[in-house]
Ligand binder design. Structure first.
Ligand code: UTP
Length: 299
């Protein structure tokens, strides 16, 4: 019997070095796209996919994430007294129910595989979703919901992937499909980390969302740390696909890698353009900036 996906893990224990100096004291996952932190988008994706329990793998310096998912008593009191209902709703209406949220400290940032492993006692023998706050998707149906639907039908591991240009395959983990890739999903037989474009088994890169069977913890235990001392999830997954059916679900909309500056900037513009209350003004701002670009001093 296929067990439902009830729990999501959000690894937020990384150092976010690509965003220094901003991430010296602010977690990368709290950087806002328009007016909402990256981590809240990821949480909402999971919630809209029907997931009810949320585990955050945090680290030192990440307390603002914990606070963001809690009540802000003084702020709420003031907004309540001033009858600022819309603002109050933005502050608290989306919070998880009591008892459905947990924070686990990853004591050292030893890679994504290690971060996920920190949740193993709490996950037990259930399948679970993993969502990286870095990865943002612009679509009507939450991408995680499409992945949950495939999982409910077939079980196994489900990995979110997105098509990248030939020049970009060498920057990502790329999956090796076992057959045709034109449907809603395709099975995979492995994955390669940052291949040269001529060696790449496809142009589908691993994006930041996964549904994993609990056996993954065994494969993470077996995975060796790389040169940088990090335990990579892809190494564990690569070993696991030989034993457990693993399907890739391609995302066919706009996707943003907010782990790098250009992706983050593009996400801010695209999400502003997707909002009724901001679209027109954002277009005007963009036009003005493009016209004035030559006058902007470059340093
Ligand atoms: P990244 O590699 O993109 O994040 O990991 P990072 O290491 O924080 O960023 P850079 O490369 O130094 O700029 C993807 C996600 O996995 C989490 C990160 O917090 C991020 O959300 N992560 C990474 C952990 O939770 N623990 C780790 O040890 C590493």
């Amino acid at each position: 019997m296929i067990k439902p996906v009830e729990v999501a893990v959000f690894p937020v224990g990384g150092l976010g070095t690509r965003f220094l100096p901003a991430t010296k004291s602010i977690p990368k996952e709290m950087l806002p796209v328009v007016d909402k932190p990256l981590i809240q988008y990821a949480y909402e994706q999971a919630k809209e996919a029907g997931i009810k329990q949320f585990i955050f793998i945090t680290g030192r310096n990440k307390n603002t994430i914990t606070n963001h998912f809690d009540h802000a008593f003084e702020l709420q009191k003031v907004l309540d007294e001033k009858e600022k209902k819309a603002m109050l709703s933005q502050v608290k209406d989306w919070l998880p129910e009591a008892g459905n949220i947990a924070f686990i400290r990853q004591q050292e940032p030893k890679g994504l595989g290690h971060a996920i492993y920190c949740a193993h006692h709490f996950i037990g023998d259930r399948p679970f979703a993993v969502l990286l706050a870095d990865e943002m998707y612009l679509s009507e149906k939450p991408f995680m919901k499409s992945m949950v639907d495939i999982h409910n039908q077939y079980g196994g591991n489900v990995i979110g992937v997105g098509e990248v240009s030939e020049e970009k395959v060498s920057s990502y983990g790329i999956v090796a499909p076992s057959g045709a890739t034109d449907g809603d999903y395709f099975t995979i037989k492995g994955m390669v980390e940052k291949p040269k474009s001529e060696d790449a088994p496809s142009r589908f890169s691993i994006s930041g969302q996964y549904i994993l069977q609990p056996e993954i913890f065994h494969y993470i235990e077996q995975a060796k740390a790389g040169k940088d001392g990090e335990i990579q999830l892809t190494d564990a997954l690569n070993a696991m696909v030989k034993d457990v059916p693993t399907r890739a679900v391609p995302f066919r909309g706009m996707r943003f890698d907010c782990g790098n500056k250009q992706g983050f900037l593009a996400a801010n513009i695209a999400f502003a353009l997707s909002r009724k209350d901001m679209r027109e003004e954002t277009l005007e701002t963009l036009k003005t900036l493009v016209n004035q670009a030559d006058d902007i001093p470059v340093q």
